[in-house]
Design a protein around this ligand. Structure first.
Ligand code: 3IX
Length: 219
């Protein structure tokens, strides 16, 4: 094994982003945690053909079970649990939102190899994290719902895996329906990425499909 491949073999001392704190009796959140664990474990593995075939059959069986509980998008839980990091959506990195004021928000995120480019966070994942925190701020403090119009992300340094990163967001201006936000991601003192984003307040006819999604939103 080369030195580079040993760098990212699972280390029990790393923070574990795949098991966020949820109530033990919160079965749905636990299901999504389990799915995150599968995503990470599959990503990290090189199973034998037999083991791969066995795992594929097991996963297809789980998919079959879940299809028997299928609901429409208004009713699904994935992505709508505002009360837990990652909102119970297995693709989204588990972002812990610590503070949201009228004009600022902060959070923490740790990603593993599922979200890796190569030994660092994939460049498509960074905007997902910014979108989550900046959107939460853009739409907080009683502001009517707005939609992301742009997110201009600058990648300043590699974002390490298995390491807690801090994320900040700030509302820097408002002009009519437009809300301008800025955000940054840090590894310790190192600026990893920053972002400029625009949220545009929706017109009444644009909100028809989302009112149900907003139920349970804390702010
Ligand atoms: C994969 C991981 C997933 C994790 C998922 C987790 C959860 C998800 C699940 C459930 C979610 C739960 C709740 C969420 C509920 C709903 C919301 C989700 C929202 C999104 O996830 S969203 C996705 C990305 N988002 C889009 O899909 C936007 C597509 N787009 C549009 O919907 C329109 O485009 C819109 C509305 C943005 C504007 O359209 P409009 O017609 O209302 O606005 P209009 O033209 O009047 O412009 C007004 C003024 O904004 C300026 N302006 C507009 N756009 C600009 C731009 N790009 N650059 C510079 N300026 C711009 C104009 O220049 C004008 O400026 P001025 O007034 O000064 O002239």
């Amino acid at each position: 094994m080369t030195e580079s491949t040993t760098l990212d073999i699972w280390n029990p001392g790393w923070p574990d982003p795949f098991r966020p704190t949820v109530d033990a009796d919160d079965e749905y959140a636990d299901l999504v945690d389990a799915l995150r664990e599968v995503q990470e474990a599959v990503t990290r593995s090189l199973p034998t053909p037999e083991a791969a075939a066995e795992a594929a059959a097991t996963l297809r069986e789980v998919a079959r079970q879940m299809r028997s509980h299928e609901v429409d998008e208004d009713t699904q839980i994935a992505g709508k649990r505002w009360d837990i990091p990652g909102k119970a959506h297995a693709l989204a990195p588990v972002l812990h939102i610590d503070t949201v004021t009228d004009t600022t928000a902060t959070g923490r995120v740790t990603v593993g190899r599922f979200h890796s480019g190569r030994y660092a966070m994939n460049g498509g994942v960074t905007p997902l994290i910014f979108d989550e925190l900046l959107a939460r701020l853009a739409n907080s403090a009683g502001r009517p719902w707005g939609r992301t119009a742009y997110l201009n992300v600058n990648f300043r340094a590699l974002a390490p895996l298995h390491t807690e990163l801090t994320v900040t967001a700030e509302l820097v201006g408002q002009e009519g329906r437009k809300r301008f936000l800025r955000g940054a991601m840090y590894h310790g003192d190192i600026l990893v990425a920053d972002v400029d984003g625009l949220w545009v307040e929706l017109k009444p006819e644009q909100t028809q499909n989302i009112s149900k999604d907003l139920e349970g939103r804390d702010r």
